[in-house]
Design a protein around this ligand. Sequence first.
Ligand SMILES: NC(=O)c1ccc[n+]([C@@H]2O[C@H](COP(=O)([O-])OP(=O)(O)OC[C@H]3O[C@@H](n4cnc5c(N)ncnc54)[C@H](O)[C@@H]3O)[C@@H](O)[C@H]2O)c1
Length: 429
Amino acid sequence: MSATSIRTLDKSGNEITSVGFQRFGFNCEVPLESLRSLYLRPHYVTVESTDDADANGVKQADQHAKFTQASAAYQSKSIYHADTHSISYTTLSRFPPVILLPPTQRKRILVTGGAGFVGSHLVDRLMLLGHEVTVIDNFFTGSKTTVSHWVGHPNFELVRHDVVEPFMIECDQIYHLACPASPPHYQFNAVKTIKTSFMGTLNMLGLAKRTKARFLISSTSEVYGDPEVHPQPEDYWGHVNPIGPRACYDEGKRVAETLAYGFHRQDGVDIRVARIFNTYGPRMNPFDGRVVSNFIVQALRGEDMTVYGDGTQTRSFQYIHDLIDGLIALMNSDETRPVNIGNGDEFTIGQFAELVRDIVEKVQKEDGDLPKRKVQIAYKPMPTDDPQKRRPDTTRAKEVLDWEPKWTVRMGLEEMVRYYKAKIVEGSM
Ligand SMILES: NC(=O)c1ccc[n+]([C@@H]2O[C@H](COP(=O)([O-])OP(=O)(O)OC[C@H]3O[C@@H](n4cnc5c(N)ncnc54)[C@H](O)[C@@H]3O)[C@@H](O)[C@H]2O)c1
């Protein structure tokens, strides 16, 4: 099945053909196909050799062709040489078309952590909309490849920079996303994570103060810790262990919020605080230990899916395009209070594992692949401080942003399975 022939239905059963909307004087709508052509785009095209068929007799070049039909003019022309297992890199033949905005509407937007999972999707959207985007990133968890399709574009700049050091630029809006987000990454160097949260946010708020740019921080549902209130509204103060292994991230984000409100009250900095709940989608690092990527990769490889605990703990998952809609709506609104952005559809981890297994089987069947074996679910002990239950109360987002998630978990998962499958076929995963 090609990327163009995937039919995606929203929660009400209507087909999704575009994402975004016109709200607060800012239009963030783009065709879904334009975005898909960026993340389902192969990293290179394969030069056929005589022995490039896999065990099922499927030619790799045919597999790649499935993902190249959309916006073929904008696909990477880098070439994979099967014989020598090497890639000849080149720039894109042509950049994807971006809207031609008049200078009065074109914003200069800084995205810290823009080479990460969330950041790269935000960059794609802002670029397609015709804005000038600068990404600063130290590539700790992000990668240049997530935004490489924009490198060289006159509206785009990519700077290797660590946010714990000050950074000077002229800009109108700052999306401050730089911070490792998955437990293995943020626990890898706990002191650095706290420094990034505190000093990085301090530096970016200082920049916002100097330039009078509007500042949005990507906070997290982790500020609620292991909550005693369900679902969690924004005025719940949380239940966080300040000395546990997750504290470097949870307390880091809490102090980052405190800093933002300090600059707001003291210096009049125009702040926005997004408390993001579990989000998933293409470009998520497949090996960062987050539950969605773990399950999909294990199921695609025919390995057992690992559930920590007894599988009764619940989680809610939102799809990346819903999050980007929410972040852009919040940035352009007048709301300075924290706003939860998440999907309230709750699953037990056990149910979720079964759903992922079903979708992987469905996609494999549609593509004519024979699964190696029926994937089983394996249970392992629960890690320390893993919250039992987490679900957003998104009443405020609905009231003040007129935002609510559109993507069903099933539809988002299906797209993500196709993305990982393409990466496996491509050999880059
Ligand atoms: N993905 C989620 O489910 C989720 C949930 C809640 C909050 N968030 C927040 O959203 C933001 C983005 O998360 P993500 O999932 O894209 O994570 P990610 O790890 O994919 O992206 C983070 C990016 O920040 C960069 N970075 C890290 N430390 C840096 C530093 N000191 N200087 C410059 N760049 C640095 C990384 O290299 C990476 O590109 C984070 O602030 C995270 O806390 C994400």
